[in-house]
Design a protein around this ligand. Structure first.
Ligand code: ZN
Length: 333
């Protein structure tokens, strides 16, 4: 195919340039591209370069992308990405090279994240996810989100990529290793009243908390508090629905003897959040079902008996009642 030919040509060009030791940027140029990408010096340290005089090898954090030590230039990587119609090995390398390039700007980042999102749409294929993991994309995406934490669009796009590629246990594990939960905490703290950002963070949380280990990690990072705060700040359906789903996952998977006390502290807040969601969305059966699941986990004997008031015609507690309103509302004891 023509595209393959182009890729092959570009690869050999790349190789040739490396062999001729041609346009390797001068250390000064590298330093200036650094400064343009990073305002704070501590971010440079995060990317593995502590000594500003010894700046060679800037593109490759030690745990970075496969092959990023080749130092693919930003224009080559962006062009390769633009030409790529699917998540080939070469396309993944290009994506990684952009994500890891300190001088890549917000637009470059959004371009590569859009591309990753398109590879994972409409429904992510397991093979694509495996390929992304093999190319160390998860760690690069989390670093990109961290770098553009203050830019809601870029950060949210990164979160969408995380959600779409964490469907498998393998994908979720890769993001957990890349400290994605820590980044969710930081993002939720950075944009406390941004409903869209809170919502996409809740989706990431739900995608990553698949087992007890992940749930306990999320709880110890303080994510229960963040979920409750998001649900209090934004009454809209999406935040309430995803907030309740996150609470259900964290409560169900995070149960342990050791964290008993910590969970008790959040108990009343969880009850309040679930009841508020039910009152605000009492005709939304999905929300009410998840809220009831959460309430059943934190309220003794929740809806195990019929409500005497409801049976006789009217219960003034309405959606706040902890007794079953009708046989269909009864929960198994
Ligand atoms: Zn009742």
């Amino acid at each position: 195919m023509a595209a393959d030919g182009m890729v092959a040509r570009r690869r050999s060009d790349d190789q040739g340039r490396r062999n001729r030791r041609e346009p390797e940027p001068e250390p000064e140029q590298q330093l200036s591209s650094y400064s343009s990408g990073y305002s704070a010096s501590n971010k440079i340290v995060k990317y593995g370069v502590r000594d500003r005089d010894n700046i060679v090898g800037w593109a490759a954090p030690t745990d970075g992308c496969a092959g990023s030590q080749d130092k693919m230039s930003l224009p080559v990587a962006l062009q390769g990405l633009q030409d790529a119609s699917e998540a080939s090995e070469w396309a993944c390398r290009c994506a990684c090279a952009v994500l890891e390039n300190p001088s890549a700007g917000r637009i470059d980042m959004e371009t590569v994240l859009q591309k990753l999102k398109s590879w994972l749409s409409p429904s992510p294929e397991r093979q694509v996810i495996t390929q992304l993991i093999a190319a160390a994309i998860p760690a690069a995406v989390v670093r990109a989100v961290r770098k553009f934490r203050s830019e809601p669009l870029a950060a949210a796009l990164g979160c969408v990529v995380i959600v779409r590629s964490s469907g498998s246990g393998e994908g979720a594990a890769a993001y957990l290793r890349a400290a994605a939960l820590e980044e969710v905490v930081a993002l939720m703290d950075r944009h406390p009243s941004h409903g869209g950002m809170q919502n996409v963070c809740l989706l990431v949380l739900c995608g990553l908390v698949k087992d007890a280990t992940a749930a306990r990690q999320a709880i110890s990072l303080g994510l229960v508090t963040r979920v409750l705060r998001a649900m209090e700040a934004t009454q809209g359906r999406e935040v309430q629905l995803n907030g309740l789903s996150a609470l259900r996952l964290l409560t169900e998977n995070g149960r342990s003897q050791r964290l008993g006390v910590q969970q008790d502290a959040a108990l009343k807040a969880k009850v309040d959040a679930a009841l508020r969601a039910k009152v605000a969305h009492q005709y939304d059966t999905t929300i009410c079902e998840i809220a009831d699941d959460v309430l059943a986990m934190v309220t003794p004997r929740f809806k195990e008996e019929l409500c005497w008031h409801w049976e006789s015609g009217f219960c003034k507690l309405g959606p706040r009642c902890t007794y079953a309103h009708g046989r269909a509302d009864l929960r198994p004891q």
